[in-house]
Design a binder for this molecule. Structure first.
Ligand SMILES: [Zn+2]
Length: 323
């Protein structure tokens, strides 16, 4: 039996686990705060330390471990093994040969992967996308990431850049996006976008309980507050999810027409809204897609939760996605 290590490098938390790639089982999981202001050397130290802890806790020998996969919260150049852009972790990352440095440091083969591509792999192997040959995955949180599996393998495109589903244009003249584009889905359906809509509604004195839920402290408005209000039947909050879901539906419609997936899996913190978000997305897809059998595509919540990134990174290291 060969185990693999999955590492999930987040802007806030760094987690690692020893994974059995055949079952997705986690034998040991450890986490620490990401030293997100301290620069690449500190991040590499932390990853190395966490891997040592996981190996010790898993009570396996180094020889029983085939390698480590590291899920990265940003753009990765898979060919060179470097991070091109990590918006939430300080450092001149393109200058760091991260894969090679980590390999020397931990004495194991290392493969980098975008974090949502890792989630996509895990949901496909063991989660909501199990058993289908073609699927798309949206992870909706602070940003919106994505990944696509086509004909039974993770589709990578140029240097792993395929699957940036959150940066499809849903409003041609829409709001400028952090990516440099304009009108991207991320500006309309991410957690911060939904919170911004809620703040706007309160400032405009629309009839909503959301202000009361945070004692009129608008800094405390988050997507969770909007969700709480929506579940209480607040029409303004429900409409905000309705609109975000409709934008998601436009992006999903494009995805359906591009790859004709069996399933579209939606995860991330905002997906906790469930059908409040997914029903308007499904409705929009029905209204807009005619040239492929959209009624045969399931739009479903992700199943693996927080561990998907860890499992997927280990699967990536295990090469399950490769022919
Ligand atoms: Zn964008």
């Amino acid at each position: 039996m060969t185990y693999f290590i999955g590492v999930d490098l987040g802007g806030t938390n760094l987690r690692a686990a020893l994974i059995d790639p055949a079952s997705g089982e986690r034998l040991a999981v450890r986490k620490m705060a990401t030293p997100n202001r301290a620069g690449p050397a500190a991040v590499i130290d932390s990853i190395s330390q966490l891997i040592d802890e996981v190996v010790a806790a898993g009570q396996v020998t180094r020889e029983a471990i085939g390698g480590a996969g590291v899920g990265m919260p940003g753009l990765v150049d898979l060919d060179r093994g470097v991070a091109l852009l990590l918006p939430n972790i300080a450092g001149n990352w393109p200058e760091v040969m991260l894969r090679d440095v980590l390999e020397r440091r931990i004495g194991l083969p290392v493969r980098l992967i975008n974090d949502v591509r890792a989630i996509t792999l895990a949901e496909w192997r063991f989660g909501a996308g199990k058993g289908v040959d073609t699927m798309a995955c949206y992870a909706i949180g602070t940003g919106i990431g994505g990944g696509v599996v086509v004909n039974g393998r993770l589709h990578l495109g140029i240097s792993g850049s395929a699957g940036e589903l959150g940066h499809q244009v849903v409003e041609p003249n829409g709001a400028p996006c952090n990516c440099g584009g304009r009108g991207c889905l991320e500006m309309y359906a991410s957690g911060p976008a939904i919170a911004a809509r809620a703040i706007q509604a309160i400032v405009q004195r629309r009839p909503t309980c959301m202000g009361e839920l945070v004692d009129q402290d608008l800094n405390r408005i988050t997507v969770e507050v909007v969700l709480q209000a929506a579940r209480m039947g607040d029409e303004v909050a429900r409409t905000i999810f309705e609109q975000a879901g409709a934008y998601l539906g436009i992006a999903v419609a494009n995805t359906l027409l591009t790859i004709s997936p069996r399933k579209v899996v939606v995860g991330g913190g905002v997906a906790a809204a469930g059908d409040l978000l997914l029903d308007p997305a499904r409705r929009t897809v029905r209204e807009r897609v005619f040239l492929m059998p959209a009624d045969r595509v399931e739009i479903v919540p992700a199943e693996l939760g927080n561990d998907a990134g860890l499992i997927g990174a280990a699967l990536w290291a295990a090469g399950k996605a490769l022919p």
